[in-house]
Design a protein. Structure first.
Length: 230
């Protein structure tokens, strides 16, 4: 990559509501170089589970776009960095999930439609796989992986937090700003990112030459294969 390029961290169950290049052009100021996400967590509801259990919805419905199948969501207060402007001096060792001093945080959040709970079959398998992965010592701090019963993720139909979305319409932007530092700290960050980043980058650990993907332990591989076969 070269200075000025943009990169994204993307999960397989995410859909960008606004194309990232358009978001950079229309929602971010020139001095903002990193954007946090605004999740819209689409939920599987009690009534949708009943449709599945009565065979009114089946695995054959997976041929339909997911935005037609799941319409109810809750906006997430939690946010994490997803979009970042690259600079050649930035450091990103394997011990951190995003580069050190990644950039000056944008006020606007990148809107993402998130579909982790698609139907009972997918959700039960998701819980099974994550329960197996919790046996790996490095994953034990990921608390939301510890839930083994998929039914505990089902949303009540009368949940007041649920919001209905009609595909093709815009999504309401929540006025959350928990991803931003306090004003005086943000001012200091602005100055730092404009003047001191190359110096700070030189003080950070680099990517070691011997680093690479960590193979799964053999016993976990066997358990995962068994879960998929079942």
């Amino acid at each position: 990559m070269r200075d000025g390029d943009w990169f994204l961290r993307v999960d397989a169950d995410e859909f960008h509501h606004i194309p990232p290049p358009e978001f950079v052009a229309t929602e971010m100021r020139p001095y903002e170089t990193i954007a946090y996400h605004q999740y819209y967590d689409f939920r599987l509801t009690e009534s949708e589970v009943k449709l599945w259990e009565s065979s009114q919805e089946t695995a054959a419905d997976r041929s339909r776009p997911i935005q037609e199948r799941r319409r109810w969501f809750t906006p997430s207060v939690y946010s994490e960095p997803r979009l970042c402007k690259y600079r050649a001096t930035m450091q990103w060792p394997p011990t951190v999930s995003f580069p050190f001093n990644a950039g000056f945080v944008a006020r606007a959040r990148l809107p993402i439609r998130h579909y982790p709970h698609r139907d009972p079959l997918q959700l039960s398998l998701r819980c099974k796989l994550r329960a197996i992965m919790m046996a790996d010592r490095e994953n034990r701090s990921i608390l939301h992986w510890s839930e083994a019963d998929w039914r505990n993720f089902i949303a009540r139909d009368d949940d007041p937090a649920l919001v209905y979305w009609r595909p093709g319409t815009d999504l309401t932007r929540p006025a959350y700003n928990t991803h931003l530092a306090k004003p005086h700290i943000r001012l200091l960050q602005r100055v730092t990112h404009q003047m001191l980043l190359p110096i700070l980058d030189r003080s950070r650990p680099t990517w070691p030459n011997q680093a690479g993907p960590r193979p799964l332990p053999e016993h976990l591989t066997a358990l995962l294969k068994g879960a998929l076969t079942d």
